[in-house]
Design a protein around this ligand. Structure first.
Ligand code: FDA
Length: 395
């Protein structure tokens, strides 16, 4: 005996809930399966419990994908404004933070509840703590075993996310399904993740742990982010570091402007006119934490002396050191703390219109499991809403 549904969605996370809600609105009989005890665990912890659910400014340039055009169709079919309208319709209070980021004022729980409320239970059934095995393509769609019981469906949607934060239930399930059907996987790696440092750098900078400064960080490919940088006891973190980590590859350096708001040479020349006997350290402490300057002096990257003793070449060198500080991270903290997984199911196999697999009609991949990764700032959820929505119109 087997049960039959129009649509089975595996994964009750951001993209799976959106897709299920939309398919249900079309009158499709939907079954949502998840191995976790409850839906939307990542939504609940996101944004420090307030869920950075979207952004006022969402465009294809905020996403990393081997085919940069792939995201355009879904993002235009379901925009950030569509999701903002849904949030408003459910009377969830939200606020704008830096860079257009939108957060719940109260709790991320409201976003999960909103998505569940959008699911018409006349059409949609949820089952938790279910292990899915034995997925097969059959003449009338797909079949699988859910905790050992056979389920058949016309459309199968894989919404099982990426590898980040295994303790929250992340598994490689989606990649394994893709491989089973012969689809390529763009190699996966941790994204939006803090950097760890080589031994000596770690020793030198760990005492700055907890200090945050505004910074402009540039990856070797030229991608640059201007946001806060945070020294930690393991290495470097903060929004600018998380952002650039998605563009960094092992062995590469990052170049950091530690004083993006000031022109260092100008500052030094002006200060020399007024206070020629003032030390370099005291002058720079107007724009940088004193302890950071001391560490750079200890590392011989700066030489402390009265401003009047510095020649023009030395002014240039100080500016170069601070505006183009280079560091080669040892690595990243990996999936344990990463917010996302870079890479995933290669989009060349999928329709950009509805995320359906070109070679396997009725099989869909949505959300983070695909090779689409958003910037920090609500973009990863934006991709879940858009890809989940478009798949929900077809599945
Ligand atoms: P998601 O991971 O949400 O859901 C996958 C579901 O599949 C889970 O319910 C899981 O239990 C289930 N599953 C996995 N394997 C399975 C299996 N083998 N069998 C059955 N079920 C299985 N993004 C953003 O835009 N704004 C933010 O504020 C944040 N904040 C944030 C904080 C932290 C700490 C993390 C780790 C991540 C974020 N993100 C974020 C990223 C965002 O959470 C992420 O991109 C989306 O949740 C991805 O949604 P998906 O639906 O693709 O997978």
């Amino acid at each position: 005996m087997s049960e039959r549904f129009d649509v089975v969605v595996i994964g009750a996370g951001a993209s799976g809930l959106m897709c299920a809600a939309e398919a249900g609105k079309r009158g499709r009989k939907v079954l949502v399966l998840d191995h976790a005890k409850k839906p939307g665990r990542k939504i609940l912890i996101s944004g420090g419990g307030r869920c950075n659910f979207s952004n006022y400014d969402v465009s294809p340039s905020n996403f990393i994908c081997q085919n940069p055009h792939f995201v355009k169709s879904a993002l235009s079919q379901y925009t950030n404004w569509d999701f903002i309208s849904m949030v408003s319709k459910h009377e969830i209070e939200f606020e704008e933070r830096e860079h257009g980021q939108l957060f719940c004022v109260d709790s991320a729980k409201q976003i999960v509840q909103m998505l569940l409320d959008e699911c018409d239970l006349n059409f949609i059934e949820f089952r938790y703590q279910v292990g899915v095995t034995d997925i097969e393509s059959i003449s009338a769609g797909y079949s699988l075993l859910a905790n050992g019981s056979k389920v058949e469906c016309e459309s199968l949607v894989i919404a099982t996310g990426g590898l980040s934060m295994p303790k929250l239930g992340a598994t490689p399930f989606g990649y394994q399904v893709a491989e089973q059907f012969g689809l390529d996987i763009v190699s996966t790696t941790a994204g939006l993740v803090p950097f760890t440092l080589h031994k000596q750098d770690k020793i030198d900078f760990s005492e700055l742990s907890g200090i945050a400064i505004p910074a402009e960080i540039c990856a070797e490919d030229g991608t640059t982010f201007k946001e806060a940088l945070l020294f930690t006891h393991r290495g470097l973190s903060g929004p600018s570091v998380l952002q650039v980590s998605s563009y960094w590859r092992a062995g590469q350096k990052v170049t950091i402007n530690l004083v993006p708001e000031a022109d260092v040479k100008e500052l030094l020349l002006q200060s020399r006119e007024k206070h020629p006997n003032q030390s370099l350290k005291n002058t720079l402490s107007k724009v940088l934490p004193k302890r950071l300057i001391e560490v750079l002096i200890e590392r011989k990257q700066l030489t402390d002396k009265p401003l009047k003793q510095l020649n023009h070449k030395e002014y240039d060198q100080v500016a170069e050191t601070l505006e183009g500080w280079q560091i080669v991270p040892n690595g990243t903290e990996g999936y344990r703390t990463a917010e996302v997984t870079l890479g995933g199911v290669d989009t060349k196999h999928l329709s950009s219109k509805n995320m359906e697999c070109k070679a396997f009609p009725g099989l869909f991949f949505i959300g983070e499991v695909m090779d689409v990764t958003g910037w920090l700032g609500g973009y990863n959820f934006s991709w879940c809403w858009s890809s989940g929505f478009v798949a929900g119109q077809k599945a």
